[in-house]
Design a protein around this ligand. Structure first.
Ligand SMILES: [Zn+2]
Length: 299
């Protein structure tokens, strides 16, 4: 997990690119395909476009670039009613895309009519290519004391929707590990729970693993200061591991600060394999199979 040494001129070029918000160059492609368990294509195209896209469809360009890197399937994740509806429609017309729908935990406290929004999420949840309810959960980092009650109410409602429709629950947990487990235990967790952008240590990973949850690791696992996270990734059984971008956020090393996209997954999955002392191809095959079990089939 070290930076490649770079000449002063290279680092200047890199800084310029960072300022312009350009996508990083593509890494070597994977030889065994894997999927991106959590991406926001809609937010990504607002931030940057792949070079050469011109007037073409920027989402199609991102999916093409992903496929060329060996990421042949993605889960498009909603954060409110419009982005959830957008993802559900995209999944209907793209065989590489399945959708997850939800009101984001930092969004829920801001809504004047949360009940009405939850009804719209529930209507989307019934659609066949919507396979996840998320991202939902708890975030005590961005939401203050006054928003906590609405956030938890929304989380509980999403748990109920996931159970009613038999879809995977995709959890956003920021500085709220024990409260997330408390609410899940109180409500009774759905059959399938994915901890998106897993951010706990080995002890919390063990608690999630024991409950049968899936742990999805993002680019954060490549960060120099993420030793705890790598220890968590080491102790997670291969059949409970997923990999994700959370694009356009959390770009893996060595491209932190630039926009993220699914075609950069090889950097994260290779770091995961190194951490686990695993073969990259074998890890990709396991993650792929897990994805088909949890969200699939895509095609
Ligand atoms: Zn996300």
């Amino acid at each position: 997990m070290s930076h490649m040494p770079s000449s002063p001129s290279e680092s200047r070029r890199d800084q310029d690119a960072r300022r312009r918000g350009e996508f990083p160059p593509a890494p070597d492609p994977l030889s065994v395909p894997v999927f991106d368990s959590h991406t926001h294509l809609d937010l990504t195209i607002q931030q940057a476009r792949l070079p050469g896209t011109g007037d073409g469809d920027p989402v199609a360009a991102l999916l093409d670039a992903a496929a060329k890197s060996g990421i042949d399937r993605v889960v498009q994740v909603g954060v409110d009613v419009p982005t959830s509806a957008w993802g559900a429609a995209l999944a209907d017309r793209s065989e590489a895309v399945l959708a997850a729908v939800a009101i984001h935990p930092n969004e829920a406290p801001l809504l004047a009519a949360l009940d009405e929004s939850l009804r719209e999420i529930e209507a989307l949840a019934a659609r066949p290519r919507v396979r996840g309810i998320g991202e939902t959960g708890l975030d005590t980092f961005r939401t203050g004391e006054d928003g906590r009650a609405a956030q938890e109410t929304s989380f509980r409602a999403h748990i109920a929707i996931a159970k009613r429709y038999g879809k995977a629950l995709i959890i956003h947990d920021r500085d709220a590990h024990q409260d997330v487990l408390r609410v899940l235990d109180e409500e009774g967790a759905p059959d399938t729970v994915v901890m998106h952008c897993f951010s706990g240590d080995a002890d919390f990973a063990a608690e999630c693993v024991r409950r049968g949850f899936y742990l999805s690791f993002a680019g954060t696992v490549t960060f120099a200061n993420a030793g705890n996270l790598r220890t968590a990734a080491e102790i997670t059984p291969a059949d409970q591991i997923m990999v994700e971008t959370d694009a356009p956020y959390l770009t893996p090393v060595p491209h932190r600060g630039r926009p993220n996209a699914s075609y950069l997954i090889p950097l994260t999955v290779r770091a995961l394999a190194t951490t686990r002392g695993a073969d990259v191809d074998e890890l990709c095959a396991r993650i792929s199979a897990t994805g088909e079990r949890v969200f699939g089939p895509w095609r």
